[in-house]
Design a binder for this molecule. Structure first.
Ligand code: ADP
Length: 480
């Protein structure tokens, strides 16, 4: 996380430095340009103001001979000032230099006759340079050109001004950079803090501590990430808790039949019980019970993982119900129960896995027989509801207590703590039934009143023949 923080800060610093350098450069160039124009205009006005005095000289002397005497600033007028006074003993050249200026006088043909720096005297000024100066008119003709420019020395005021501006820009860029970096560091460390918390919490979860959570104080996307992480951690903790519970349940469920088997076998080995067919039949019953339990568990695990494969086909539900009722009829009769079937003349075909549907029906019917005392009644009913078929198994049995009803479809749940395992099955039947019905896109439910009876019902969505494979079917198939 330190890496991310450093990278963000460096990237930010890079952007800040680059933009400040660019801004400073542009401001510097613009200032120098504008200031150059301003200074050039000032110099030209100065030259224009001095031109009449030089014209006078020319007219008086009939040419530029001896014009060097004019270098003495006291003989020239500064704009807005009286004649220049120069310090004692200072030459005209030194005066101009001190002022940071250079004075150049060219005659009408462009030859330099006077240069306060002395270097250009006798050279021909290019026309473009000459035209930047002020023309000197003697009557109606130009007799020369006067140029005033910067001396180019360090003491040049414009260079000093530009230097100061440059410094100011440099300093403000530096201070801006320091402030921006300080602010950036603060912002990034704040930004990275929740990510660091996320990293630490993920590490704890990876190490098996499923109680790790992030304080979700941040607003916006980071807060949402924290909440999503916490939700994920809770789901993981729940799944882990369920896994442990299931393992404990399985161990508990296996222990009882294994204990009985072991006891029986030891008694047979020790000669406590005679080795008779009856004893072997009891052992066989326990082994069958174990085998069914293991098969139920396999089925439930597959269903919970969404990997249960359904082999769907168009099912004649009416026939399927009749066959299932036939299958339980003997048991019901043995227990002295009346079994009634109320089916309409016709039921729409349903796209379903007939084996799984039969399993659900048999589970509901077996339970009804198991939990209905002798003399009771079981009614199986089916109705076409238009977009679905509704099937119910109603009994006049012992019923289910209201506090048990919400849990009746949980795995290993057996209503009534006193009801022993020997009374019924593993407590997996209804959990499996719910998964199978939901895998078919249907819903399963129960209504019950203790002492009066119970009604389990489920619906199965009706498939339109031309719609082909339903999304549910596809997803179940894909999962398989
Ligand atoms: P089991 O194999 O133990 O019957 P189920 O999942 O099928 O497991 O049923 C769970 C529990 O629901 C049963 O142990 C029983 O207590 C209760 N139960 C199921 N069907 C009925 C019913 N028709 N009448 C009363 N109780 C029932």
């Amino acid at each position: 996380m330190r890496g991310l923080w450093v990278k963000l800060s460096l990237a930010f610093a890079g952007v800040v430095i680059l933009s400040l350098l660019l801004t400073s450069l542009l401001i510097g160039l613009a200032t120098a340009g504008e200031f150059g124009v301003y200074v050039a205009q000032g110099n030209r006005r100065w030259a224009e103001a001095l031109a009449p005095a030089l014209a006078n000289y020319y007219l008086r002397n009939g040419g530029w001979e001896g014009v060097e005497s004019l270098l003495d600033p006291s003989s020239l007028m500064m704009p807005g000032m009286g004649p220049m006074h120069h310090p004692m003993g200072m030459s005209g050249v030194a005066m101009w230099r001190m002022m940071g200026h250079r004075l150049i006088l060219a005659d009408e043909t462009g030859w330099v006759r006077l240069d306060s720096e002395g270097t250009w005297v006798g050279t021909l000024l290019p026309e473009a340079v000459r035209n930047a100066g002020a023309p000197i008119w003697a009557g109606d003709r130009i007799v020369g050109w006067l140029l005033i420019g910067d001396a180019g020395s360090l003491s040049d005021p414009s260079a000093q001004f530009l230097g100061r501006v440059g410094w100011a820009i440099g300093w403000s860029a530096f201070v801006g950079m320091v402030l921006a970096l300080g602010a950036g560091t603060l912002v990034f460390s704040r930004l990275v803090r929740p990510l660091r918390a996320l990293q630490q919490a993920s590490r704890r979860i990876a190490a098996g501590d499923l109680n790790a959570r992030i304080p979700a104080q941040e607003a916006g996307e980071l807060g949402e990430v924290a909440q999503a992480f916490n939700r994920m951690a809770e789901a993981l903790a729940r799944a882990e808790q369920q896994r442990r519970q299931m393992l404990a349940d399985i161990a508990h469920e296996l222990r009882t039949p294994l204990g009985i088997l072991q006891g029986h076998l030891e008694a047979l080995l020790d000669g406590v019980l005679p080795l008779e067919l009856e004893q072997i039949a009891q052992i066989h019953d326990e082994v069958r019970h174990l085998a069914r339990l293991v098969e139920d568990l396999r089925l439930l695990t597959l269903a919970e993982a969404g990997q249960l494969r359904l082999d769907r086909e168009m099912v004649d539900l009416k026939r399927l119900i009749e066959e299932a009722v036939d299958g339980i009829a003997l048991q019901a009769a043995e227990k002295g129960l009346r079994l009634e079937v109320q089916l309409p003349g016709e039921l729409p075909p349903i796209l379903a896995d007939p084996t799984r549907l039969r399993q659900v029906l048999m589970n509901l019917l077996t339970n009804a027989v198991r939990y209905t005392p002798s003399g009771g009644q079981i009614v199986v009913r089916a109705q076409d509801m238009g977009d679905a078929v509704h099937v119910s198994v109603r009994d006049t049995g012992i019923g289910i207590a209201p506090e048990d009803l919400p849990h009746i479809f949980d795995r290993f749940y057996r209503a009534g703590k006193s009801r022993a395992r020997s009374d019924g099955g593993s407590g997996l039947g209804l959990a499996i039934a719910r998964h199978l019905i939901e895998a078919h896109g249907g819903r399963i439910g129960v209504e019950s009143a203790p002492g009066e009876g119970t009604c389990f019902f489920f619906t199965l969505p009706r498939q339109e023949p031309d719609r082909g494979v339903s999304p549910i079917r596809r997803s179940v198939r894909d999962a398989g």
